[in-house]
Design a protein around this ligand. Structure first.
Ligand code: PLP
Length: 413
């Protein structure tokens, strides 16, 4: 029997088996569990601390800028690799916020969001057999496309005992010879960890020594609760080996708008721009110009960060009172906490052999949604982007969370 079109599918997406897999991926499982919890208990508010995106719209001044720019006929066409306005605003932002000097013409190019950039960049570097070093757990897009090109991903576990910074010296020498790229992301999703300047210095020395390109995904750049954003490019020697990905999504609550920029060594930026030019036709200039407005107003991001810091205090204290060994991170909107090992409820003790099992229990029995990670220890990611309008509502949500767990003794040992 002819199984066309299944026989046409490439091996990289599963070949003829594409679409027949029975395994359900984590985020789909979470979506289904939330739907089931809502159907079973329509009267109970679902506390969603699993979301990975802002709860608010972009600020009015950015929306207004989009509206004005959308009416201008000169903004209507293909943007290709972008107009000068976003590049120039990005250069000003890099200098003012990150202490980095970059030539807007040659060292900056916009992206249709960091996800798009991460899917384009492997085409610039990966030939079959090449290796990419990626931190685990982490955002997988660069790795997926590396596999598409016949490359190999070597995972670097992020462990609490190392402050969630990877051990670069753990990579075997034979793999290092085939390694082209190291992908980093700080402030980090999901651990909420921040890099240190000395760690970035170590990365720069490592990259020069082994001739490895560093892609630093800086999606949560400005969401810092202490100090100022730490750009990889601000470390001496980083620009020659590195590219940094900036994004409008989390820094300006512009998630659905799809805009960001890539900055770094001019030759690396040119390679990105070249593949990008064969992939997309650029983001609508009106959106680029609205993002440029945001970049010239970094206080917008600071306001967003203050809100997350306030919510983070409430959440960390509540989890602490429940016995969870966790501390507030210095940045991001993620609280990455060890998953409880069991729950002692009035009905008896329930063991959680994995974080996934703990998350399942929280959503089905307590209507609390989190994201489990079992890649390097069992952890739950609690996001402070839960929906709440104003401080009173924020306190109510966290008090409700604590109340729902009041009749339960969660065990972490
Ligand atoms: C670490 C990380 N990188 C990149 C992205 C994608 O960002 P963008 O919206 O700019 O595509 C996300 C989104 O969740 C992320 O968490």
């Amino acid at each position: 029997m002819d199984h066309f079109p299944a026989t046409s599918f490439a091996q990289r997406i599963g070949g003829a088996r594409f679409g027949q897999e029975t395994e359900i991926y984590k985020f789909e499982k979470i979506k289904r569990a939330k739907r089931a919890a809502r159907d079973k208990h329509p009267e109970v508010e679902l506390l969603d601390l699993g979301v990975g995106e802002p709860d608010e719209m972009a600020p009015a001044e950015i929306v207004e800028r989009l509206s004005e720019e959308a009416w201008k006929p000169e903004n209507r066409g293909y943007a290709d690799n972008g107009g000068p306005r976003l590049k120039e605003a990005a250069a000003r932002y890099l200098e003012r916020v990150c202490g980095v000097r970059a030539d807007p013409e040659t060292e900056i190019c916009h992206s249709i969001g960091s996800k798009a950039a991460l899917s384009i960049l492997p085409a610039c570097f990966i030939d079959p057999g090449n290796v990419v070093l990626m931190t685990v757990p982490g955002y997988p897009v660069f790795g997926t496309h590396t596999h598409y090109y016949g490359g190999q991903v070597y995972p670097l576990p992020l462990l609490e005992k190392r402050s969630f910074l990877p051990d670069l010296e753990s990579v075997p020498a034979d793999l290092l010879r085939r390694t082209k790229v190291l992908v980093l992301n700080y402030p980090n999703n999901p651990t909420g960890a921040s890099a240190t300047r000395s760690f970035f210095e170590e990365v720069v020395a490592f990259a020069h020594r082994h001739r490895i390109v560093v892609i630093h995904d800086f999606a949560y750049a400005g969401l810092v609760f202490r100090g100022s954003p730490l750009s990889f490019l601000s470390v001496p020697g980083a620009k020659e080996v590195g590219l940094e990905l900036h994004s409008a999504s989390k820094n300006f609550n512009m998630t659905g708008w799809r805009c960001g920029f890539v900055a770094g060594d001019a030759r690396l930026v040119r390679a990105y721009a070249s593949v990008k030019d064969h992939t997309d036709s650029g983001q609508f200039l009106a959106i680029q110009h609205a993002f440029a407005h945001g970049l010239d107003h970094p206080e917008i991001t600071q306001r967003i960060a203050q809100k997350y810091a306030r919510r983070m205090d409430l959440l960390a204290e509540a989890l602490g009172r429940l016995g969870c060994p966790v501390r507030k991170p210095d940045a991001s909107f993620f609280l990455y906490a060890p998953a409880p090992r069991s729950a002692i409820t009035p009905q008896g003790e329930i063991a959680f052999p994995t974080a996934e099992k703990a998350a399942e229990w929280l959503i089905t029995e307590r209507q609390i949604s989190t994201v489990p990670w079992d890649d390097a220890g069992a952890y739950l990611r609690w996001s402070v982007t839960f929906s709440a309008r104003g401080e009173e509502e924020e306190r109510r949500v966290i008090a409700e969370l604590e109340k729902r767990l009041a009749d339960t003794r969660l065990q972490w040992k």
